[in-house]
Design a protein around this ligand. Structure first.
Ligand SMILES: Nc1ncnc2c1ncn2[C@@H]1O[C@H](COP(=O)(O)OP(=O)(O)OP(=O)(O)O)[C@@H](O)[C@H]1O
Ligand SMILES: [Mg+2]
Length: 234
């Protein structure tokens, strides 16, 4: 459903993505790993058209995204959960969700009720304003808002960053539920164990390129790759 082929992305004069290729198949969860500053967020931003590649191709459900403006890319059905939380602080939980809602062509679309079954804590706080939510609840609301747009593909950029361990568990419980619901997911994540718990396939980036790719079982057992590219087990 998403095929990224040899993209090259610059920030001004800085040559950041130096030929990145990856694929997300329908209904799978693909994890993008790598140390800080290696180009994970830039890859997500390239897909969304926020940092358009100068070269290469990104095909989503048969549409070429390179050269397309961000709002059109979003409208094709890609939902972004960006690094850091993004909600309306002065709106309630329900208002935040209604603002994001978009009718979907797909069967069994995400609705307020369906979202609240996945996020029972948000249901409890439905009348609370965004600024009265905890960091974890704000992250949940950010994810819930993306679901309300009924995307075909969800892009997560480090959803566990800065959250307490119990909230991280909650975020990954939700990602597990989204997988069960058949959602397609590209997930950037630094927590190796959590990432492996949901991954169907994994890529590792280093210095603007994909340097490793495999099924999660293979990566879990590859001490060399983990030590070299991720610093896991050092
Ligand atoms: N707006 C920008 N202008 C110039 N350089 C940037 C900009 N944003 C990021 N970079 C540089 O691009 C490189 C890749 O950054 P990117 O944010 O994609 O990394 P990342 O893998 O997401 O890292 P992290 O794990 O810290 O989020 C880094 O060297 C960073 O300094
Ligand atoms: Mg990043």
């Amino acid at each position: 459903m998403l095929q990224v082929t040899d993209i090259h992305t610059w920030y001004g004069d800085s040559y950041i993505l130096q030929g990145v290729s990856l694929e997300v198949k329908d209904g799978t969860c693909v994890v993008l790993l790598g140390r800080n500053g290696m180009g994970k967020t830039t890859t997500i931003r390239s897909i969304m058209g926020l940092a358009p590649p100068r070269q290469g191709s990104i095909v989503f459900n048969g549409n070429e995204l390179v050269g397309m403006p961000t709002h059109k890319i979003a409208r094709l059905g890609i939902g972004l959960i960006p690094q850091g939380r993004l909600i309306f602080q002065s709106l309630s939980v329900v208002e935040n969700l209604k603002m994001a809602a978009r009718p979907a062509g797909k069967k069994d679309p995400w609705t307020l009720d369906k979202v609240f079954t996945v996020f029972p804590k948000l249901a409890e706080r439905r009348k609370n304003k965004g600024n009265l939510l905890s960091g974890g609840e704000q992250q949940m609301l950010t994810i819930a808002r993306a679901l309300m747009t009924n995307p075909d593909l969800l892009l997560f950029d480090e959803p566990s960053e800065g959250l307490a361990p119990v909230v991280v568990d909650e975020v990954f419980r939700v990602i597990g539920e989204l997988k069960k619901a058949g959602e397609s997911i590209l997930l950037v994540e630094q927590d190796f164990g959590m990432a492996m718990s949901v991954a169907d396939y994994a890529y590792i980036m280093s210095r603007g390129a994909v340097v490793y790719e495999s099924a999660p079982e293979q990566l879990i057992n590859d001490e060399h790759a983990k030590a070299t590219h991720l610093g896991v087990g050092e």
